[in-house]
Each structure stands twice: as C-alpha cells, then as structure tokens.
Design a protein around this ligand. Structure first.
Ligand code: HEM
Ligand SMILES: *[C@@H]1O[C@H](CO)[C@@H](O)[C@H](O)[C@H]1NC(C)=O
Length: 587
C-alpha cells in the first residue's frame, strides 16, 4: 500500500517538472497512436487465426481496394484456409468458408456485425437514426418490428399476391420498349442493349412503386443518361406533385453517393479510427466536405418526401373511409358493394391528390398495420421511413444484377436458352399469376444458378454472440466481425463440381437434374438463418415474371464487345462492371 503511494507521489513529482511533463505527454501520445493503429491487444487475441499482414491503421484495405473485396476474400481463403482473418482498417474480420461452420454460425449469431453502417456512411443526426432503424442493420426489438413489417407485406401470401398487378403493369410498359433494339438480321446495325441499365430502370420502377405506392414514372424509352439529375431542384419537383419521379431521382442518387468513389473523407477516417467514430461524426457535421453534404442532403430529402407521403396517405385514407362509409349507408349498399365504393373513392382520391400512396404498397401497409398495433409493435415514423427506403435499397441492385446476368448467361448458353423458351412457350396465352409463377422450374433453376455464380450479396455479416469455440479448439472472441462467405461456398469444387460452369440443371429435381445443393450451406444466395433475406419470395416472383415476359417476345445473344465472363466489381453489392451488352431478337 505504502509503496504504491510512494510510486504515485514520485510520478506526480516527475510530471510536475516541465521536462517530465513533456516526456509523459510524448509517451501518452505514442501509446495512443500505437493503440489506435496497431491494437496490440486485439492482434494478440486473434493471433490463432492466419491471414495476410495488415498495415497500421489501414490493415488490408489497400489490397482490398486494389483487388476488389469479393476477389480478395476468395484469394485469402484459398491461401490461408477456411477460417482466416482480414484487417478492415484496424478491425479484424474472420472470413469463414467452411460449410459446416457457416451453417452453425448463421444459426447461432442472429445479429449483423454491429456498426456495419460505419463501413458505408458517416451520416449524422436524424438521418443516422433512420439508417440505424433499417431492418437490415437494426438489432433487437427494432429489427424484429422492421422484419415483421416486411413479412406482413411480402411473405404473407395474399399481400404478396397483391403486388403482382404493379409488376405486371410495369412489365407491360417495359417489354415493348425493348422493341427498338431488335435486330432482324446480324447486319442491320442496331446498337446493342445495355441490359444492366435497362433492367435497372425496370427494377427501380417496380420496387419503387411497390415500396411507396406511387408511380416512379421511369421513362423506358429515354436514351442515354438516366432521367433526373440535380438534387437541387428536387424539392421544387416534389412541391409540383410529381412525387414518384422525384423519389426515383433521389433513389438513384442514394445509390450514387453510397459508392466508395463518392465517399466523404470522413468515412476513410472512420474506417481507420473506429474508436474515434463519435468525434469524427461530430467533425463531419461541423465541417462537412462536398461528398458528406451531398450524402446528408439526399438522405434528408428522402426522409422529407417520405414524411410528406405518410401524411397525405393517412389523411386521404381517413377522408376516403368517411366518404365510403357515408355513401354505403346512404345507398344501403351491401358489404361487398361498399368495398367497391371504397375502391372507386380510392381512385378518385388518388387522382385528386396526384401523389397519394396506393393501398397495396409497403408503406401504406405499414401505416395501416401500426394503427392496431400495441405500443411495443408500433413502428415509429422514422422506422416507417427507414423500412421504405430499405425496400428499394435491398431489392433494386440485387434484382437488376440477377436478372441482367441471367440474360447474359442465357445468351452465352444457347441450349439453356432453348430449354427456357420451351418452358415459356408452354405457358402461352396464360396471364401471369401466382399459380403460373409456381410452375416454372427451369426459369427458377436459371435464377438460382445465376445467383450461385454471381451472388449480389456474397458475404453474410454476423456479430459473434459470446465466445464461440470452434471444433478445432480455437475460440472466436465475443463480438468478432464474422464474414460468412457465400461466394466462396458457391465456388467450392467440393460442393459444386466444375463450379465455374453455368449449369441450371444442378437445381432441377427428377431425372437429369442435379437435385440442388448437397449441403444446407452450399447455396446461400438469399442468406441463411434468422437474418435470411426477407424479400426472397418477392425477388423470385419479380425475377420469374420478368424472364417470362421478356422471352415471350424476344431472344437474346451476346453483343460482340461484351466480355465473357463479365467483369464484376463489389460496391454496395457485387455486380457487373461496365454494362451487360446484348443483342435483342424479336420472336
Ligand atoms: C435477387 C434479389 C435479392 C437478393 C440476391 C437478396 C439477397 C439478400 C441477402 C444475401 C441478404 C442477407 C441475408 C443474411 O445475412 O443471411 C438479404 C437481406 C435482406 N433483404 Fe434481400 N435480396 C434480394 C431481394 C430483396 C427484396 C426484393 C427485398 C424486399 C423488398 C429484400 C429485403 C431484404 C431485407 C429487409 C434484408 C435484411 C433482413 C434481415 O436482416 O432480417 N431483398 N438479402
Ligand atoms: C459519383 O458521383 C458522380 C457525380 O454524380 C457520378 O457521375 C458517378 O457515377 C458516381 N460514382 C459512382 C461509382 O456511382
């Protein structure tokens, strides 16, 4: 006790001399920098996991940037084994490519890596709260509420079927618009179609209208640059009432600002110094750079338009219900006729407001469902805003990548295209309904095989819950960032013979079929466990309806300058780089 006191006193004396104070400050600074940049303790805790050496502060980020995340994670697991470590800045990620472990960990860990958003943005204030409430990132009760909202709208069969009319209507506009690309002969000189862009427009139109219940007014005939641009005049547009077109512009802008190339300098700082994140965000708020301003601006804009739609949705619905009730009573309508009356009124209200949200939409469903909900289950306004934008964010790029690459793979595999055409032709004359969509095994196999080769979301992020003992005795420390690599499993020759070949028959059951995955974690295009994609039924419905509608009218071949296999890049998702160029042929 007394020796400790003595030590403390001499230390105090040393610090009180000028030289001593300087020395102490220097030591503290060096210690602080070491702690920031090297994390000696953390390195020690993860010493049992092999992996590439990381630079101080940056870790393996330079290699990841140079090589592309997907390719890098595939490379390191081939070099260092199915459980290895990569430094994302100063944070280690355990990359898991062993099927049994992926299955076990995806079942055991139901939270995404905490602070996953810190890899994507430096949002501050309200828009940060909204981002954190997204069903994709949230934890605990907020996640449960958000996930339930998605389930109510896109898992529950009758509500899911309720989205089909929008899908059919948008496809009805989209499919004829491709006629201008059709080549009667190889020499007619038509420019090829960029399927990545065209299908992207289609998916934005579909998912946007499903999410918000307003027509996104995407112009499929437009040539060249996508419509909409300046976010500055966006609020004027909204005031003019064309909310859908405005939302389409904002959504495209959200996808642009989220790309690494357009990231704020504060995001890089946050990656290097995660422990200083609160200070970095404070600075970003105080002295935003241009990219930070842009990112904050578009997110605030989106929140504002969402609020406007919510308010209009609620008040218009009240008016409509009152009017419908009044009319029904006055005319002595029977129950189902009253419902008809409501529908007529809904259409009238929609026309009058010009921007009221359709009752079948995700947003309208959330507003309706939260009325009857108990306090614990009631979505806050911020949560409604968050889930609506998550709807587009989670489905737009993923769906366009899958469908445009399916078209490319079919174009480069004529025998598969013939098999698909046979299935399509057997449905001739039938309207696309839920029953028909359930009868397309080959189309479904094409989509699954496309997602096996090119999974748009190819790492499942999890947060290790408690210390986890691996079968070989090593311990994964509590809170570890787990990167369960779907991509690596999808390309593992032990799970998929000749993994680089496109063979839809792998997913067919019955004679000649491969019978599907041989391990429960061999295919995880939609993820695994409690955090599996909540939109997989809708995604498959949209994918199948799109392929069916397209192949009823066209066939596709690859354009001469399209590289095969297509160059890919990992941004927010894993997708084709530089377009997917196809020739379109009328049938
Ligand atoms: C082909 C299209 C799609 C692909 C490839 C895809 C893929 C994925 C994957 C891999 C995950 C992570 C799963 C995990 O961590 O285990 C995910 C999560 C999610 N997806 Fe999808 N998705 C697609 C379409 C959609 C659609 C259409 C929606 C909704 C409109 C949607 C909404 C979500 C949501 C909300 C989550 C987070 C779920 C949670 O954390 O509980 N996705 N998706
Ligand atoms: C970054 O922003 C610019 C300007 O809006 C845009 O043209 C570019 O496509 C963006 N980059 C990416 C990768 O989206």
């Amino acid at each position: 006790m007394s020796s400790t006191l003595l030590l403390a006193r001499s230390a105090t004396e040393l610090v009180s001399t000028p030289f001593g104070a300087l020395l102490t400050a220097l030591a503290a600074l060096v210690g602080f920098l070491c702690w920031l940049g090297f994390y000696p303790l953390r390195r020690w805790r993860y010493r049992h996991f092999p992996g590439p050496v990381g630079l101080p502060f940056f870790g393996n980020l330079p290699q990841i940037a140079a090589m592309d995340t997907t390719r890098y994670l595939s490379y390191v697991s081939q070099k260092y084994g199915p459980v290895c470590k990569v430094w994302f800045g100063t944070r280690p990620w355990l990359v898991i490519s062993d099927p049994d472990l992926v299955r076990k960990l995806s079942a055991q860990c139901t939270a995404r890596a905490k602070e996953l958003t810190s890899y994507l943005s430096v949002l501050t204030g309200e828009v940060r709260e909204i981002e954190a409430a997204s069903a994709f990132y949230a934890h605990g009760e907020t996640w449960r509420r958000g996930r339930r909202a998605f389930e109510a709208s896109i898992v529950h069969p009758t509500r899911l079927a309720g989205h089909l009319p929008v899908i059919r209507r948008v496809l009805g506009r989209f499919v004829p618009s491709l006629a201008r690309y059709t080549t009667a002969s190889a020499t007619s000189g038509q420019p090829p179609l960029d399927a990545q862009k065209a299908v992207g427009d289609l998916m934005l139109a579909i998912t946007g209208e499903l999410a918000y219940g307003v027509d996104f007014e995407v112009d499929f005939e437009a040539e060249g640059a996508p419509q909409g641009g300046c976010p500055e005049d966006a609020s004027k547009q909204a005031a003019g009432g064309r909310v859908g077109a405005h939302l389409a512009r904002i959504s495209r802008e959200v996808f642009t600002v989220i790309q690494l190339e357009n990231a704020s300098a504060y995001l890089a700082l946050q990656l290097m110094f995660p422990s200083l994140a609160p200070a970095i965000r404070w600075l970003a708020d105080l002295l935003p750079d241009a990219n930070q301003r842009r990112c904050m601006g578009v997110n605030s804009d989106l929140a504002a338009v969402s609020r406007q739609l919510m308010t209009q949705g609620v008040s218009a619905k009240q008016q409509r219900d009152r009017a419908a009730a009044g009319e029904a009573v006055a005319n002595g309508f029977k129950a189902d006729e009253a419902t008809n009356g409501k529908a007529v009124n809904a259409i009238r209200a929609f026309r009058e407001l010009g921007s009221e949200i359709a009752a079948s939409s995700f947003m309208a469903g959330m507003l309706e469902d939260r009325k009857g909900a108990g306090a614990q289950d009631r979505l806050s306004d911020k949560e409604v805003i968050a889930q609506s934008s998550t709807f587009i964010l989670a489905s737009y790029e993923t769906s366009s990548t899958t469908t445009s690459l399916a078209l490319l793979l079919l174009a480069t595999h004529p025998e598969a295209q013939r098999a698909l055409l046979a299935e399509v032709d057997a449905t001739e004359g039938r309207e696309i309904d839920m029953e028909l969509l359930a009868e397309l095994p080959y189309t479904e196999a094409v989509i699954k095989e496309t997602m096996r080769l090119y999974p748009p979301v190819n790492v499942l992020h999890r947060h290790a819950k408690g210390d986890i003992k691996l079968p070989d005795g090593r311990v994964v420390p509590d809170g570890t960032f787990l990167a369960l690599s779907s991509y690596n499993l999808h390309h593992d020759p032990a799970l998929w013979p000749e993994p680089e070949r496109f063979v839809p028959e792998r997913f067919l059951t019955g004679p000649g079929g491969g019978g599907g995955p041989t391990h429960p974690a061999a295919w995880s295009g939609f993820g695994l466990g409690a955090r599996m994609c909540v939109g997989h039924k809708l995604a498959s419905m949209i994918g199948k309806a799109t392929l069916l509608s397209l192949f009823r009218r066209y066939t596709f071949s690859v354009a001469p300058h399209q590289p095969v296999p297509p160059p890919m890049a990992t941004g927010l998702t894993f997708g084709p780089k530089g377009g997917v160029w196809l020739n379109v042929h009328a049938r």
